[in-house]
Every structure is written in structure tokens, then in C-alpha cells.
Design a protein around this ligand. Structure first.
Ligand code: TXA
Ligand code: MG
Length: 324
């Protein structure tokens, strides 16, 4: 079992000694290690059971920290950095040799981000190295948004979980790259596409699977509960008699919600931010209920709705379908 607490000294000591700890961020909890320490980074892949071809995000507290690990930022990256960091945005930038190849799975770019969480920012400021941190879940499973989520799955592997409460955004950061000077979003996330486009103009999106070299970790099946999850239109759900053997995940509150024994509502008033905040927590809860399967409703495909739909779609793909 890991210790759960808010002691920054204890957190720092573990990291300085090459050990992994979980850290809170505004998106999801991360499984963190000294990004310059290859052995520590290797343990991240082992603990998560993560394939070595799936690179990690490196976190710093300041732009100066970012400039220690990347060669430069294109103009549009500067504009985004100034506007959205600290925040739920990750940028793919050309790496300096100080970042081990293991962190980037051999790619010439490193994924970097300044997370917007007071405890983690304080921790990062007190460390002489940046933190490599993927989401703190076993590979392919739902990302954790509380210390208890981390404890439930990785508790036996890590000594300490820094408890920063529940993650306010609730889904992972948006990832953008600048290959060939074309800003391209490779993962939808907590920062809306519309917000990015308001600053740098139209961006491309390539949200692919493992066949996409730009985001090798974006497997078709991801964020997945163990129970089968089916995407349904609200109409389709309403047409059928509610079953106690099914868990339902609604976006807004249906008028007949009391007919569903296992009915969860992401946001009673249909607010997408609130829906993102609840998404992974409710999926985890549904996964523990004595039900056969989960039926989830898609959100309107705008703003955070797109990022949530992406998570639901990947959660609905069975591992067996993900063989390429
Ligand atoms: O919100 C977040 O981004 C959280 C918190 C902890 O910061 N982290 C997170 O990390 O979601 P992870 O490892 O679960 O997802 C990172 C994604 C992976 O799909 C990986 O393939 C992609 O980022 N990635 C990392 N480095 C990359 C690179 N150099 N080029 C392309 N994709 C990269
Ligand atoms: Mg992840």
C-alpha cells in the first residue's frame, strides 16, 4: 500500500532517490519520476505495463524549465504557452539531448507541459529536474482523477501518492505538435480546440491509433473499463426497457431517470466541463457494479464534448479489435 499525503518533502525525497510517486494535476493524476534518470523512467514503463513505443510527457513548473529540455518553440507554440500554461495543454517540441531517448521512445520530439496544480507546481519548483509522468493507471485502463483511484490500482507498486484532491478538469491534456510548421492536434483533451484556434488560427487534427507515428500511444482501445461499453443514441436507450444488468451513463438528466437502477448522469444541467470532471470517476464506479455491460450516451460534438466522445469511443473498443 502506498502512503497518501500532502508532504512535499517526502514526495521530493522519493523522487530524488529514483523512486516513483503519484502526483496530482488538474487533468488526471500522473505517475512521476525524474525525467533525467533512465532507471527511474524505466520503472514507469514497468509499473504501468506500458509498451516502450509509447512516449511520456515531461512536466516542469516554468518556461525556463521547458527551455532546458527543448531546442526551441515555434512562434505559435510561444503564443499557446503564454496563453495556456500552466494548463491542460501538451506540446510536442524538438528535444535536447538531456532528455533520455527512453522518455520519447526514440522520437526527436518531447511532449512537454506545465500542469496547473498548486501542490505539483510547488513540488516541481523545489526539484532540480523535470518530471516524466504518464497518467497513473495500468496501461489501457481509465485514468485516475483522485488519490484513491491511484491507490486502488498502483498502491502496491509506489511508496507515495501526493494527494491534491480530485482533478478539476478530469480528462487528459490536449496534445499539439508542429511538424512541418503545421499545428496539429494529436489528442483532444481538457483544452478545447476552439480555444486553441482562437489564438493561433485553424489547426489540423490527426487523432489516430497505433498506426499513427505522431501519437504512438493513441491506441484505438484505451481509457477502457473491463466491462463491455456500448455507445448508444439517447433515443435507442429510451426505446428499450431499462435493465438492472446494464449500467447507463447519460450526459444530461433524463426525465425518467428513476427507471434506471444503475443510471449515472455526467451533468444534470448538461454542462460539458462538469461532464468531463465526472467522466472517469463514473466509468470506474460503473466498472465495479454487478452489471453485465455499460451503455453510454455520446455528447454533442463541440468543445469538450469532442474530447469526451473520443474517450467514450476508445472505451467502447474491445482489446481484441485493436490488433493491427
Ligand atoms: O493530462 C495529461 O496529459 C496527463 C497528466 C499526468 O499530465 N498525462 C498523460 O500522459 O495523459 P499519458 O502518458 O497517459 O499520455 C501521453 C500521450 C501518449 O498517448 C503518448 O503517446 C503521447 O502523449 N506522446 C508523448 N510523447 C510524444 C511524442 N514525442 N510524440 C507524439 N506523442 C507523444
Ligand atoms: Mg494515459
Amino acid at each position: 500500500m502506498s502512503k497518501i499525503g500532502t508532504d512535499l518533502n517526502e514526495a521530493r525525497t522519493h523522487l530524488q532517490n529514483g523512486r516513483l510517486i503519484a502526483i496530482p494535476t488538474e487533468t488526471v493524476y500522473g505517475l512521476a519520476a525524474n525525467a533525467f534518470d533512465t532507471d527511474a523512467v524505466l520503472s514507469i514503463f514497468e509499473v504501468k505495463n506500458r509498451p516502450a513505443f509509447d512516449p511520456l510527457i515531461v512536466h516542469t513548473a516554468t518556461i525556463e524549465g521547458i527551455l532546458d529540455i527543448v531546442t526551441h518553440l515555434p512562434d505559435k507554440a510561444w503564443q499557446l504557452a503564454e496563453r495556456f500554461w500552466p494548463g491542460p495543454l501538451t506540446m510536442l517540441l524538438p528535444k535536447k539531448p538531456s532528455i533520455p531517448d527512453l522518455v520519447t521512445s526514440g522520437l526527436p520530439t518531447v511532449a512537454v507541459r506545465i500542469p496547473d496544480h498548486p501542490l505539483t507546481l510547488q513540488l516541481l519548483k523545489s526539484l532540480p529536474f523535470p518530471l516524466a509522468a504518464p497518467s497513473a493507471n495500468p496501461f489501457g485502463y481509465i485514468s485516475p482523477t483522485t488519490a484513491l483511484h491511484v491507490e486502488a490500482q498502483l498502491g502496491s507498486h509506489i511508496p507515495y501518492i501526493l494527494d491534491g484532491g480530485s482533478s478539476g478538469v478530469g480528462i487528459e491534456s490536449t496534445i499539439i505538435g508542429f511538424q512541418d510548421d503545421t499545428p496539429t492536434v494529436v489528442r483532444l483533451g481538457g483544452l478545447q480546440l476552439e480555444e486553441i484556434e482562437a489564438v493561433i488560427g485553424k489547426v489540423a487534427t490527426t487523432l489516430h491509433s497505433s498506426s499513427n507515428p505522431l501519437a504512438p500511444g493513441m491506441l484505438k482501445s484505451h481509457y477502457a473499463p473491463r466491462k463491455p461499453l456500448f455507445l448508444m443514441d439517447n433515443d435507442e436507450i429510451q426505446k428499450q426497457t431499462p435493465s438492472d444488468e446494464v449500467g447507463y451513463l447519460f450526459f444530461e438528466k433524463p426525465a425518467d431517470i428513476q427507471r434506471y437502477r444503475n443510471g449515472y448522469v455526467l451533468s444534470e444541467k448538461g454542462d460539458m466541463r462538469e461532464a468531463a470532471y465526472h467522466l472517469f470517476d463514473y466509468l470506474r464506479t460503473l466498472d465495479t457494479l454487478p452489471i453485465r455491460e455499460i451503455w453510454a450516451e455520446m455528447l454533442p460534438a463541440v468543445g469538450l464534448g469532442r474530447a469526451i466522445n473520443d474517450r467514450l469511443t476508445r472505451a467502447s473498443v474491445r482489446q481484441m479489435d485493436d490488433v493491427h
